[in-house]
Structure formats: C-alpha cells, structure tokens
Design a protein around this ligand. Structure first.
Ligand code: HEM
Length: 457
C-alpha cells in the first residue's frame, strides 16, 4: 500500500473576493494570504488598486512569453525601489542595456560557482552546521530557520570572499534581513494602495545598512589593494568583480558598484537557498517514509565518504525532494514585471506602467498543471506524464534571459544539506508545531521552524 500524500500548510484561499480594506489588513503580513481560490486557476487576473494596477499572468504560454521576453518586460519599479537600500543598482535590479552590461561584467565571477570548484566550500560549511547541531541540546526541538541562514550564508561567504562566516555575523544578517523584509513589505503594501509609505521605506534603510556593513570592510580593503596595484591574495567572486571591465568603456566598477553587486550575490545567493533548506527539512520531518528512502539512497551512493558533486548526480530521490520543495515553496513566489507599452494579453488591453506578475506560487500549485497540487510528492518528477509540466509549470529559478545564474549552485548546496542531514539524523517536527508560510521578499515560516534531530546510531 502506498503512503498517503502529506499536504503541508499554506494559507487557505477563500472562495469570494474580499473587500479592499480586508485585503489590505490580510496582506499587511504576507502576499500569499490575500489570494482567493480562483487565483490558482485563472488564466489571467486583474487587480485595480488605488495606487497600482496589477495583472497576474497564469496561463502557461503567457508565463513563457513574459519570462522569455527578458528585457522586453523590465523588472517593476516597485521591486527595484523596495530592494534599493539593500542592493542598489545591480544585476538583479537593472533593466535594458544597463542590465546587459552589468551581466557581461559579473558573468566571469560566476566561474567561481562552478560545481566541482564550490563543492569543498559547501561540504566545509555543511560540516560546520552539523557540528553546531551536534553541540546543541537535542532533547529539545531546534529552530532551524536561523541555522539555515547561517549555513547558506556561510557557503556564499566562502565563495565570495574566501572566508568563513561566524555565528555573530550570521545572527546580524538573519535578524536584519527579517526586519528589512517586514519594513519593505509594509512600504510596498502602502504604495500599492496609494498611501504614504516614507516612514517604512526610510526605516528599512537601517537593517539594509547593517547587512552591508557585515561585508563592507572586506570589500573596501580588497578594492583599495587592487587599485593600489597590489597582487591579489585570493581568486574568488569578489576579486573577479573588482577586476571586471565594462564591455564598451573598459572601466572598472566603482566601490559603490562593487558593493551593490556583492550585496546582490550575497543576498540572492543565500536567502533563497536558506528558505529552500528550511522547507525541505520540514517536509522530510513530516514524512518519515520519504526520509527513509532518501537516506537509503545517500548510503548506497556515498556511504560514509565525504559528499562530492559526482555523488549528488546519482541521487535522484534527493534531487526530487529539492524540486518538489521548490514547487511548493518557491522562495521568490512572485516576479513583478512592468508593462512596457500598450499591448493585448488574452482579453485584456494592458496599460503601460502597470505591474505584470508571473507567480510560481500560483502556477506551480494550479490543479490544471499538477495532480494534488498542494501535496508533497517528490516522485511526481519521475513520472513521464509530468515531464511537460516540469518544463513549463515549474520555474522557481525563472526562465529566459533573466534566469537565476545560481540555479546549479543552489541545487548542489541544498542537496548537500539534505544528504548530509539524512545520513546523520532522523528528523521529526516538534509535537504540536505547525509552521505558517508567509511571503514577503521570500517565503519563510512566520515563527521559525521547530524540528527534532535524533542521531542515527
Ligand atoms: C533556491 C535558491 C534560489 C532561487 C529559488 C533563486 C531564484 C531566482 C529567481 C526567480 C531569479 C529571477 C528573479 C526575477 O526574474 O525577478 C533569480 C535571479 C538571480 N539569482 Fe537566484 N535563486 C536562488 C539561488 C541563487 C544563488 C545561489 C545565486 C548566486 C550564487 C543566485 C544569484 C542570482 C542572480 C545574480 C540573479 C539575477 C540574474 C539576472 O537578472 O541577470 N541565486 N534567482
């Protein structure tokens, strides 16, 4: 007999549209809480707020058109504005030709995320994480949410700067990013409703600076050394960014520009992965039979040997857990783009300047695309009947020219965490604990993630 599928928590959509005021109060904490039943199945939706007109494109050919359109559909100014204190003008937020030039300049840096090259840094950071768990009182449940930030931030720290990240700086980052998300979410909500938001926008600058201050001294020292003609001590992402040249003018990035790119790669490179790790371990903790199968696979492929990139390639079950986690909890749940000029989509005449949203959260949970869309079923990715949907209706890393540059890196680090944890511990959820997913900049559990780690003897 097959085990019944587990359906993890998500905000229950209501059948009827709510009043604008009610939507405002519900949305104050999280975007995914304002959705209603039809949001998941509609082909294209329209929301007319006081401050913003928004279209939501769910139909698969529309999703494809928008994402593959790349620079034709720029990132929406609301997103750019919200992220500005943290990442400024960088490869994530830029548009048009500016983006093309920035992308050409940062591309060589991504050679340092090559999978075999980065694997030792991932294994080092994951071993340090396991040591931290080992050192804790495991008779009690552990809140793994900040710990996942630490391991993911440590991995990207090692790759960016050739140094490890200690607990103190990791805690600053986790807390400051949580604060930043809250404040910038509130600022965006107010903007959408055409209400004044200066207080929240200004307040979000402080946590953004706290995060940037964690790596500012490292960037400043290396930048100054390079421009003084010193031989670089490290060959890593930071060095590559400092040495990059503009494809037309040949100019290097300024210090401010390097800081913006570093902040982007640091943030894009750990917050999303940390979210995925947290949800993956939670889903496993709820499903002992899926844990057992994953563990058996890890033991067959790797035994007790240190994990390698080649071993991960042979771990199909672990890879499916990674994919299914991203289907259910895509860290970036919505991609807000801008309508560039008057155009027709389905029966709608889109107004230029309006927000055009592509939403993995909706498309990946649409019952027309996936059977039992809210249930955790990693095996669905092995079913040939789902192959087309896996190509079309699974896009947590986006698609087209603006696809995530770190997708392979993220897959490898999350799989390393899953494999390493399964090999050492049996996971379970703290009795009575039920996480609540909320979506601001990323999808995170509202009040942490309380799991138990029982050592496998
Ligand atoms: C599970 C982990 C990750 C997820 C789900 C994810 C998702 C995404 C998505 C959806 C985008 C496009 C956003 C949009 O179009 O609005 C993106 C862009 C980007 N990601 Fe990731 N990402 C992850 C990990 C990483 C890592 C590990 C790195 C770096 C090592 C990275 C670096 C970037 C950069 C630089 C961009 C901007 C690309 C461009 O516009 O040219 N991401 N990511």
């Amino acid at each position: 007999m097959t085990d019944p599928l587990f359906t993890p928590p998500f905000p229950q959509p209501t059948r009827n549209k709510r009043t604008m005021l009610r939507r405002f109060f519900i949305g104050w904490h999280s975007w995914i809480h304002v959705l209603f039943e039809k949001s998941y199945t509609m082909k294209m939706g329209e929301v007319r707020g006081r401050g913003q007109l928004m279209y939501i494109a769910n139909e698969l050919p529309l999703v494809d058109r928008i994402l593959k359109g790349g620079t034709e559909f720029p990132k929406h100014p609301e997103l750019v504005k919200g992220l500005w204190p943290l990442i400024g003008n960088s490869v994530f937020s830029a548009n048009g030709q500016d983006w093309e030039h920035q992308r050409a300049m940062v591309n060589p840096a991504f050679a340092h995320t090559a999978l075999t090259k980065s694997m030792p840094m991932m294994v080092g950071a994951v071993d340090a994480f396991l040591d931290r768990i080992d050192g804790m009182d495991r008779r009690k449940a552990i809140n793994i949410d900040p710990m996942m930030t630490h391991v993911a931030a440590d991995i990207i720290f090692r790759t960016l700067f050739s140094q490890t990240l200690d607990s103190e700086r990791s805690a600053i980052i986790h807390q400051a990013f949580g604060r930043f998300q809250r404040l910038s979410h509130s600022a965006s909500m107010l903007d959408l409703y055409g209400l004044p938001n200066r207080w929240f926008a200004r307040r979000s600058e402080r946590p953004a600076q706290a995060i940037r201050n964690v790596f500012r001294p490292i960037v400043e020292e290396r930048f100054t050394a390079f421009h003084a003609g010193e031989t670089p001590a490290h060959k890593d992402i930071l060095q590559s960014l400092i040495e990059a040249r503009h494809p037309e003018s040949g100019a290097h990035f300024t210090l401010r520009q390097v800081m913006d790119q570093v902040a982007t790669i640091f943030l894009a490179g750990h917050e999303t992965s940390a979210s995925t790790m947290t949800w993956a371990l939670y889903l496993l903790a709820e499903c002992p039979h899926i844990q057992d199968r994953g563990r058996a696979e890890v033991m067959t492929v790797a035994g007790d040997a240190p994990l390698s990139a080649a071993m991960l390639k042979d771990m199909g079950a672990v890879r499916n857990i990674f994919r299914e986690t991203l289907r259910l909890y895509p860290p970036l749940a919505f991609f807000p783009r801008e309508v560039p000029c008057p155009m027709q989509m389905r029966d709608k005449n889109l107004e230029p300047g309006a927000m055009l949203v592509v939403a993995p959260w909706l498309t990946q949970r649409n019952e027309e695309n996936w059977a039992c869309p809210h249930s955790f079923d990693p095996d669905r990715f092995d079913d040939p009947a789902n192959a087309e949907m896996a190509r079309q209706a699974w896009f947590p890393f986006s698609r087209g020219p603006r696809v995530c540059v770190g997708a392979g890196f993220a897959q490898q680090e999350v799989m390393t965490v899953i494999a390493a944890v399964l090999r050492r511990y049996r996971l379970s959820v703290k009795s009575g604990f039920k996480p609540e997913p909320i979506s601001r900049l990323t999808v995170r559990p509202r009040k942490g993630m309380m799991l138990r780690f029982e050592a496998i003897s």
